[in-house]
Write a protein that binds this ligand. Structure first.
Ligand code: NAI
Length: 467
């Protein structure tokens, strides 16, 4: 008999959720991770520490601009070491929480680097453990530019950029994606001169372009510089970092000097060393493991979820994969995950959030859409709390009124979006949302107003397919 029913490799939001759900379904489960604590990238060096630092620095940014509210903040100062201590405490408290849940559910946590010796057999250091099923949930690692290696001192990945001992005077960021904006804002708020270099002519590709454009304008107003449409030709690190940037239109080359550079140009599946090639596990051209609707790879007994398989590379998507995968193993019914309904949130201030179709992405041949918008400047609560930047945008089908997408820029956008995520999931119409009571005064009234605007939208607001 095998040692376990299920071995989960990786204890991130996908892996630990799968391990717990497996144990709750009565499986004997081991969860292996090379970190000594569970939580993966998200908890240890990603989502959670970045949100802790965004929170500390948001307090600082707000505290030093309180005069409008009648509050003086003379002699205010911050202490980077204490900010980092708080961040580490938030992380370690949550890690203890997972350890407690593992213990309570009877999941055996194994610390070490795992490799799959054969279906059913996993080696961790000198130890070999066996299981009927092996689930790969090893997440992803940051990509870097060709020939540029992370040293986490001058050339930073998100891991290094979330653990700096002091504020760099000048921080260059390559990539105006989620990580670049969030971490750029953290250090910008503390006084770093932040320049974000982006290959495309816009920030946040994949998000609604109108929302992204407004977000860029607001972030620029806060002091973050953007160099768009720019290809990084070279990065040289000595006492300083020197970056050669080529304008992709004019081919003009400029040199940027900085104290450190954060390279945040995406992530790739973290599967090296697992032995996938020897096993014959199929991967696609970008290295993602190919799986079926039940997260089974082509090799019987080996499954994969989260960032190792195609789909949005997000913690909540990994967690949903985990639930669907384990329920399938346990023979329980579970709706297939719909990646088109996975929300994305950028936790900058103002926050940026989106789900479903974007306005620019909605123009597939033959599709008509109607767009409704509402600005927070017209919202009573937003006025009262001083959060008037941003707007809500909904996209709906003009014939049925069905919601197709929702995009929010503004204070608490991620939480406000959740109503639209549920609406999309349930096949709601914009009328359903308009007829839902929204408490007054509330930022959520802007969501209702945007849906009302979509209902009222004149024919000229109906965008026809350019095809
Ligand atoms: P990203 O895919 O969000 O953004 C990468 C950016 O770099 C893009 O704008 C891309 O056009 C640009 N880029 C690519 N190559 C470039 C080059 N050579 N020069 C200049 N720009 C270049 O990736 P990011 O920010 O590294 O994040 C990685 C993953 O982590 C994403 O899947 C993201 O969704 C996830 N994440 C999610 C967070 C959240 O949900 N709040 C927070 C942090 C990360």
């Amino acid at each position: 008999m095998s040692d376990f029913d299920l071995i989960v490799i990786g204890a991130g939001p996908g892996g630990y959720a799968a391990a717990l759900r497996g144990a709750q379904a009565g499986m004997r489960v081991a969860c292996i991770d090379e970190r000594t604590t569970a939580g993966g990238t998200c908890l240890n060096v990603g989502c959670i520490p970045s949100k802790a630092l965004l929170s500390s620095t948001e307090h600082w940014a707000e505290f030093t601009s309180q005069a409008e509210y009648g509050i003086e903040s003379d002699n205010a100062r911050f202490d980077v070491a204490k900010i980092m201590i708080r961040k580490d405490r938030v992380v370690s408290d949550l890690a203890k929480g997972i350890a407690f849940l593992f213990k309570k559910a009877g999941v055996e946590f194994v610390n070490g680097r795992a490799a799959i010796a054969a279906p059913g057999r996993v080696s961790v250091g000198d130890r070999e453990i066996t299981a009927t099923k092996i689930l790969i949930a090893t997440g992803s690692t940051p990509t870097t530019l060709p020939g540029v290696a992370f040293d986490e001192t001058r050339i930073l990945s998100s891991t290094g950029a979330l653990a700096l001992a002091e504020v760099p005077q000048r921080l260059a960021v390559v990539g105006a994606g989620v990580i670049g904006l969030e971490i750029g804002q953290i250090w910008s708020r503390l006084g770093a001169k932040v320049t974000i270099i982006e290959y495309l002519d816009r920030i946040l590709p994949g998000l609604d372009s109108e929302i992204a454009k407004s977000a860029q304008r607001l972030l620029a107003k806060q002091g973050i510089s953007f160099t768009l449409n720019a290809a990084v030709r070279s990065v040289a690190a000595g006492d300083l970092v020197t970056i050669e940037i080529e304008n992709r239109s004019s081919a003009a080359v400029e040199t940027l000097e900085a104290d450190a550079v954060l390279v945040a140009i995406g992530r790739r599946p973290h599967t090296a060393g697992l032995g996938l090639e020897a096993l014959g596990v199929k991967t696609d051209a970008r290295g993602f493991i190919e799986v079926d609707a039940q997260f089974r790879t082509n090799i019987p007994g080996i499954l994969a979820i989260g960032d190792t398989v195609p789909g949005p590379m997000l913690a909540h998507k990994a967690e949903e994969d985990a639930a669907a995968c384990i329920d399938a193993l346990a023979g329980k019914p579970h709706p297939a995950p719909d990646y088109g309904l996975v929300p994305g949130v950028v936790y900058t201030s103002p926050e940026i959030a989106g789900v479903g179709l974007t306005e620019d992405g909605a123009h597939s041949p033959g599709r008509n859409i109607v767009v409704g918008k509402s600005s927070f400047i017209a919202n009573g609560r937003a006025r009262a709390i001083g959060a008037t930047d941003g707007f809500v945008k909904v996209i709906a089908c003009p014939e049925t009124g069905k919601l197709l997408g929702g995009h929010i820029l503004g204070h608490g956008a991620g939480e406000l979006l959740q109503e639209l995520v549920l609406g999309l999931r349930l096949g709601a119409t914009v009328g359903d949302i308009v007829h839902t009571s929204h408490a007054h005064p509330g930022m959520g009234e802007a969501v209702k107003e945007a849906c009302q605007a979509a209902l009222n939208a004149p024919a000229t607001r109906v965008r026809h397919s350019p095809a």
